[in-house]
Design a protein around this ligand. Structure first.
Ligand code: NAD
Ligand code: IPM
Ligand code: MN
Length: 362
């Protein structure tokens, strides 16, 4: 029996509420494979205690694991630009996890807030650049606190960085049923970075004649997600554009509590892939046990798929869809009254029922 070693970083706020529930679901669905979890208490509380978001040698501690499951980072006690940079971005950049994969789909029984649009209309896969762009952290502040203050936040786009994420997106589009790729640009205003982005996209497109490519300025693409979502399939975007568009995608799904994501390095291994819901620590609802665990559970299914445990991944998704399809158990973000734990327990029950039915069948 293969045992996968999973590092858990629940983090802050609702991260600490949804990760334990996702772990229970993973344990129920694991089937033939073993899962060995180790929890790291890194995050804002750890920072208040130790002065750091994670240990200096934290990346070395994570490196031997097969995957990382992370909840959310952020608490009012630590400035967001510190907590995020010193933990989340440190891991993404440190392991060069240059693809952030974010599916946008409507689960059975749930409705998109878009009138008249169903699961058939809304099915997108965002491939977000995750290792450079606006997030590179290059810049500075000058004449701080004076009337002449200057802040420079440099965006860095490298040909290599742009090309690898665009090629990954083409690969995904090639394998997708509709074989369509949309690229988010803004080359009308950003004449260096986004013109390079478009050039690399057009050059890569020659190697994928079977993929239909559309280039949209990001503002128009945001509108298109609302007005014509059925025209979108795989979407590739820079780091910041992808961040913004995928919260919009989560809203199309019905809640930020639904959106899953995977941080991957498809071409090498500097460290384990990191799986995290798209949402943050939600301080406005943290501590009440009402966070929607769907994003974390769906994220766990992405993790199992990545680990080669396709059957376990499917067990999780089928159970998740069975529960949403019944429309009985819903957390408050979806208009229900159920708790985080009640929702996860319903998913686990579906997994158990399915495995009982399987063993009865033979
Ligand atoms: P957020 O995603 O935490 O919350 C936005 C809104 O969505 C809130 O009203 C919240 O209650 C709701 N929401 C989010 N997840 C939900 C869930 N699972 N169930 C029900 N409702 C949910 O974003 P924010 O308020 O902009 O940020 C809060 C903190 O989280 C900040 O510190 C921010 O830096 C951090 N953050 C971290 C991550 C991450 O760790 N990956 C992502 C985004 C934001
Ligand atoms: C996300 C988050 C992060 C991002 C923040 C917390 C830095 O919003 O994962 O979408 O912008 O990447
Ligand atoms: Mn975001």
């Amino acid at each position: 029996m293969k045992t996968h070693r999973i590092a858990l970083i629940p983090g802050d706020g609702i991260g600490k509420e949804v990760v334990p529930e996702a772990v229970k679901v993973l344990e129920a669905a694991a089937g033939g494979c073993g899962l060995a979890f180790e929890t790291f208490d890194w995050g804002c509380e750890y920072c208040l205690r130790t002065g750091r978001m994670m240990p200096e040698e934290g990346l070395d501690q994570l490196r031997p694991f097969d995957a990382v499951l992370l909840g959310a980072i952020g608490h009012p006690s630590v400035p967001d630009h510190v907590s995020v940079r010193d933990l989340l971005l440190r891991i993404r950049f440190g392991f060069d996890l240059y693809v952030n994969l974010r599916p946008v789909e409507i689960l059975p029984g749930l409705e998109s807030p878009l009138k008249g649009k169903t699961a058939d209309d809304i099915r997108m896969l965002f491939v977000r650049e995750n290792s450079e762009g606006e997030y590179c952290g290059v810049g500075g502040r000058f004449k701080r606190g004076t009337a002449d203050e200057v802040a420079v936040q440099q965006a860095v786009f490298t040909r290599k960085g742009v090309e690898r994420v665009i090629r990954y997106a083409f690969e995904r589009a090639r394998k997708s049923p509709r074989k369509r790729l949309a690229s988010a640009t803004k080359s009308n205003a950003l004449q260096f970075s986004m013109v390079l982005w478009d050039e690399v996209l057009r050059a890569a497109a020659r190697d994928y004649p079977e993929v239909a490519v559309s280039i949209y300025h990001v503002d128009a693409l945001a509108a298109r997600m609302i007005t014509n979502p059925e025209s979108l399939d795989v979407v590739v975007a820079s780091n910041l554009f992808g961040d913004i568009l995928t919260d919009l995608g989560a809203a199309l799904q019905g809640s930020l509590g639904l959106a899953a994501s995977a941080n991957l390095n498809p071409s090498g291994r500097l460290g384990p892939a990191v799986f995290e819901p798209v949402h943050g620590s939600a301080p406005d609802i943290a501590g009440r046990g009402i966070a929607n665990p769907i994003a974390a559970i769906w994220t766990s299914a992405l993790m199992m798929e990545h680990l080669g445990e396709t059957a376990a991944s499917e067990r999780i998704m089928q159970a998740l869809k069975a529960v949403t399809g019944e429309k009985k158990i819903r957390t408050p973000d979806l208009g229900g009254k159920s708790t985080t734990e009640e929702f996860a327990a319903a998913v686990i029950e579906k997994i158990h029922n399915a495995s009982r039915a399987e063993s009865a069948a033979g």
